[in-house]
Design a protein around this ligand. Sequence first.
Ligand code: NAD
Ligand code: GLY
Length: 359
Amino acid sequence: MKKLKVELGTCSYEIRVGTGLLARIGLWLKGRDFSGKAVIITDTIVEGLYAEVLERGLANAGFDVTILEVPPGEEQKSLETAGRLYDDLTEAYAERTTPVLALGGGVIGDLAGFVAATYMRGVPLIQVPTTLLAQVDSSIGGKTAVDHGQLKNIIGVFYQPKMVVADIDTLKTLPEIELANGLAEVIKTAAIRNKSFFNFLDINMNKALQYHPSVLETVVLETARIKAEIVEKDEKEVGLRGILNYGHTIGHAIEAVSDYELKHGQAVAIGMMAAAKISSRMEILDEVDIVKLERIIEKAGLPTEMPDMDKEAVWQAMQHDKKVAQDRIRFVLLRSIGNAFISDEIDPALVEEVLVGWG
Ligand code: NAD
Ligand code: GLY
């Protein structure tokens, strides 16, 4: 097992990455200032796969465990489901010191994180991510939220977990499409911050796709390390943390216009290519780096071209994105692989030109 620290003063915490970790979490939580109860919040798919081993470990460590399940899917990131979970926590007599363990993908991490942040003004949260996306991205950094109306993540709070435990073994059951979804965020993280990790990914992508445990461990560890370093510098996304949105401005619009038929990672992959093309048109990024980016995205089985969709609609959808303010588009651009920056100075006409003139 490898450990990383997210240094945030009194809110610092550890990320533990390795195999066979779920069963050990109970022992790690024992002896902390927690109550004798523990609550696992999970979805029905992950419950059937991993709740038992986690529960047993907690019970062996002396915790009285309650498991709360929700159906899988983004629709569960709602105030309604959060409300039901508050009722369940009350019924389980959860106390202020009762740890809540978010066992699942990003949906569970965001939902259970939001519930833990708000129930009794905050109970201890342990993130136990089981998708690659959750292990490398959503479980780290304290963003918790639910959706509301048509808007994603619009009601939420920054609330750091007490610990993140990424058990690589859980990735073995992850459908291929979900692995690729997570790999999009992995590629993004390397592309914005670390060229040598990008090269590692380029060489090892096939092994990652074949669920090679030591490669996946490095992938999770290095991506988590980069994200942790960014969060340490800018916890509340006042500046630097915004670079994690690389590929997301256009990506979100593409995802919405596809009616969510495209997975988030697929849309982000296309968004990364678009942002690279814009960087190149502005003569900031070398063509060689676009080719490298394209190659690695393809290796991960992700798209690099705009799908056959109404590009004007994508452009229109971007106008509603929260990153568009006062007629200027906020974009993350690349100077080179491993070196990204945020610009508020993008000429909207150039973005439209790249989008509409693509393919
Ligand atoms: P998800 O949580 O919906 O999980 C995807 C599917 O995989 C679900 O059906 C789930 O039941 C299943 N699953 C989970 N683990 C499994 C396993 N080990 N084996 C088999 N099946 C498994 O999706 P996701 O991609 O993990 O997360 C997406 C969510 O994350 C979105 O709501 C997004 O807004 C959020 N997110 C949050 C942040 C943040 O910083 N908080 C960052 C990125 C994304
Ligand atoms: N997923 C972007 C962030 O955590 O800031």
